[in-house]
Ligand binder design. Structure first.
Ligand code: TYD
Length: 226
């Protein structure tokens, strides 16, 4: 007897500095994919599952910072572990597409490149928490730091632990994301996010069509029953 098993969905992540417009682009892309009948799950990090959202509060309100960069990295990893196990992997397995606002590259850049946490620690934690749940496509939304800051200041909310860093931190952050994109050109695509949200969304959509949809949207594949 032949039984159907859904093909794994595609996994897309968005990365970038403050005010790069990630959350807007996550929503616009999800909307476009849903119009094509694709089951889409949108999520974010830190957070994305009840356990990880609890850890998000501690990470962003500054409670974890005094413990030092290595401990902070491990708490980001603990949150990611729960998020992957309970939200991302099960969604992909049932054939849904997952779009995540920040993922492993944020740890590589914020804790690794800028926080000086040893790359071996970061890679080891990645293996443990992510395994083979690696994004198929990562958009790095790139904006000049002044543009990002101006956008964030219009939000009028209190700054979180990372938004309060000095401007030099954000300049280095931008450079670190660009360097990461250069080191993994197959997975990462840098998008000029200083343009209008519609223009950015069109660029992103073209990349999704070219890199993921032309390979075939999720569908059922035959599997022999055991
Ligand atoms: P968030 O409010 O989600 O901000 P943003 O709109 O910039 O995504 O805050 C997430 C913050 O956490 C952000 O400043 C980046 C930081 N972060 C890390 O330092 N390491 C990580 O692994 C992740 C996922 C986020």
């Amino acid at each position: 007897m032949i039984e159907s098993r859904p093909k794994r969905g595609s996994f897309i992540t968005f990365e970038g500095g403050e005010g790069s417009g990630k959350s807007t682009q996550v929503s616009l892309l999800a909307e476009r994919l849903r119009l094509r009948g694709i089951d889409v799950v949108t999520t974010r990090e830190p957070g994305g599952s009840p356990g990880a959202e609890a850890m998000r509060l501690l990470l962003l309100n500054g409670v974890v910072k005094p413990l030092g960069p290595t401990a902070e990295t491990m708490i980001f990893a603990a949150a990611r572990d729960d998020h992957v196990q309970t939200t991302i992997a099960p969604s992909l397995a049932r054939g849904a597409w997952v779009i995540c606002d920040r993922f492993m590259d944020s740890t590589r850049v914020y804790q690794g490149a800028l926080g000086s946490v040893d790359e071996r620690i970061i890679r080891t934690l990645e293996r443990v928490t992510i395994g083979d749940t690696i994004p198929d496509l990562t958009f790095i939304l790139d904006v000049p730091v002044e543009v990002g800051f101006a956008r964030v200041s219009h939000r009028g909310q209190e700054k979180d632990r990372f938004e309060s860093e000095e401007i030099e931190f954000h300049i280095q952050l931008r450079e670190a994301f660009l360097a990461l994109a250069r080191s993994e050109p197959k997975r990462c695509l840098v998008i000029d996010a200083s343009q209008s949200p519609e223009t950015v969304a069109t660029r992103i959509w073209l990349a999704v069509v070219e890199r993921l949809l032309k390979l075939g949207a999720p569908q059922t594949m035959p599997r022999a029953a055991s």
